[in-house]
Design a protein around this ligand. Structure first.
Ligand SMILES: *Cc1c(COP(=O)(O)O)cnc(C)c1O
Length: 475
């Protein structure tokens, strides 16, 4: 009889090759959607296939369609890689295949969650009484935190939203800055508030919500209010002035929720932790683990400084669950029922890095962001939106002095396309204040100073190609 689990050795061998080749690998995918379809959309046969054949086919046909975002020179969107222990721990999670819903179904996972929850509060300087949930990412952390907020702000009005829902409830206002991430808007929709409940306040020149703008909005109504603030926006890494805004909003009776998808990690002892000053007073905070902490997808954490509304909004009872005395049941704190033991890779990442390692990772990636951004900004026609505060930057590429904005936008898009086609680095673009910009987001543990000249050279060479093309078309 063949060993059906020989596939595991096959995957390990592939993993080792793949990781060894990562530094020299073309970062962008190398096949088109149609080629992928041809490879993958075979007829689903009536008869099954040997595991080793299934896995060889997956590796062969899918690997060329993968973006190598685990490379240190991948700067697209806001994405991390996987630390070695976190990747291995993630494999273990699949091996054990635990349902981390309750302590009874996974006693070990329940204890890991307790330990990691306490570690994180300490590492990030949060109130010891804060409750937490391990979610699939920042989006579901927003949904979790805002469910707690919904419970609390309506309870103050004498309304039990868990029992009576939102129909007939006092209408909740959600005040936020125009730098808000779209995942907040979707959480607001999922929770039944409706997008119209959001009052989007214009951010200032520096990309943050100003105290005067928030003060004016708070004074503009006495309905139950949730304020959503930003600790690190994905364009320029702007941090709202939390130290001023949070007490102001709370004094007006609002619940304050902060999006700290990546920005919260600055608090882990980094040289830039002052940017998050005051965040510990927030009523709730959402963050990601699969970005800056470099654990595999999908992983986020919701922190709520008021365990009662948090639990009230999520708690479930079912006669077959059977709680265990003295151990936390995760199902009472997060939105999922059956779920992966995703705190285990997080535990691994924290131990691999140690407290100093987390701070070093955050500081190194911020420093490299500056060096790469300043280096690119020195190239012909390039300029920075602003000096990077943390690990995000925007860069524009302008053509001749008489070029129109549309032409400059097109040029920026071409630079990014050419760099990505070269395979040495990978960027994405955005439209910021009406102009197309190249985004630089540095989250990956693999990047080191040696990568800086490679990245700048890749952009320089794209600009040279464009100059040659322009020159050829003029002749
Ligand atoms: C990535 C991101 C989110 C959404 O997080 P997911 O983990 O993708 O759900 C929210 N806010 C900010 C600022 C982000 O960068």
């Amino acid at each position: 009889m063949t060993d059906r689990f020989a596939v595991l050795a096959q995957v390990e061998a592939f993993a080792r090759r793949s990781l060894a080749d990562l530094d020299g690998r073309h970062i962008a995918e190398q096949v088109s959607p149609d080629q992928l379809r041809q490879e993958i959309a075979t007829v689903l046969d009536a008869a099954g296939v040997e595991p080793s054949e299934v896995v060889s086919h997956l590796i062969r046909s899918l690997d060329p369609g993968m973006v190598a975002n685990t490379s240190g020179r991948f700067f697209g969107w806001v994405m991390g890689g996987s630390l070695p222990s976190a990747l291995a721990a993630d494999w273990l999670v699949s091996l054990w295949d635990q349902n981390a819903a309750i302590a009874a179904t996974s006693p070990a996972s329940a204890i890991v969650e307790e330990v990691v929850g306490e570690w994180l509060k300490e590492l990030l300087g949060l109130d010891p009484s804060t409750s937490y949930a391990f979610t699939t990412g920042c989006q579901m952390s927003h949904a979790t935190c805002l469910a707690a907020a919904r419970n609390a702000v309506l309870a103050r009005e004498g309304w039990n939203v868990e029992l009576d829902g939102l129909c007939g409830a006092p209408r909740v206002r959600i005040l936020t800055g125009s730098n808000v991430h779209a995942s907040v808007g979707r959480s607001v929709r999922l929770l039944g508030f409706g997008s119209a409940a959001m009052e989007i306040l214009q951010e200032g020149e520096d990309g943050t919500l100003s105290p005067s703008a928030l003060e004016g909005a708070l004074a503009g109504g006495d309905r139950p209010t949730i304020v959503v603030l930003q600790a690190g926006d994905l364009n320029i890494g702007a941090f709202d002035p939390l130290e001023e805004l949070i007490p102001m909003a709370q004094a007006a009776g609002a619940w304050v929720h902060v999006d700290g998808a990546f920005g919260l990690w600055l608090r882990a002892g980094s040289a830039r932790s002052h940017l998050t000053a005051g965040i510990d007073r927030a009523d709730s905070i959402a963050t990601d683990v699969h970005k800056w902490l470099n654990v595999p997808y999908d992983s986020g954490v919701a922190f709520v400084r008021h365990p009662e509304p948090h639990r009230a909004s999520m708690r479930v009872t079912a006669s077959y669950i059977g709680p265990r005395e003295g151990v936390r049941d995760a199902i009472d704190w997060g939105p999922e029922w059956s779920r992966r033991a995703r705190a285990i890779p997080l535990y691994a990442a924290l131990r691999e890095l140690g407290r100093d390692g987390v701070a070093e990772l955050v500081d190194r990636t911020c420093d490299i962001t500056r060096e790469v951004a300043f280096g690119i900004a020195e190239l012909p026609g390039a300029h920075l939106e602003r000096e990077p505060l943390a690990n995000q930057a925007l860069i524009y590429f302008d053509g001749a002095a008489e070029a129109t904005q549309a032409e400059n936008d097109e040029r920026t898009a071409r630079v990014v396309e050419l760099v990505n086609a070269g395979g040495e680095a990978y960027f994405t673009t955005t439209v910021y204040r009406g102009r197309r910009a190249m985004r630089l987001s540095v989250c990956n543990w693999r990047i080191d100073r040696g990568d800086i000249p490679r990245v700048i050279d890749a952009v320089r060479s794209a600009l040279r190609t464009i100059a040659e093309q322009d020159h050829a078309s003029e002749r």
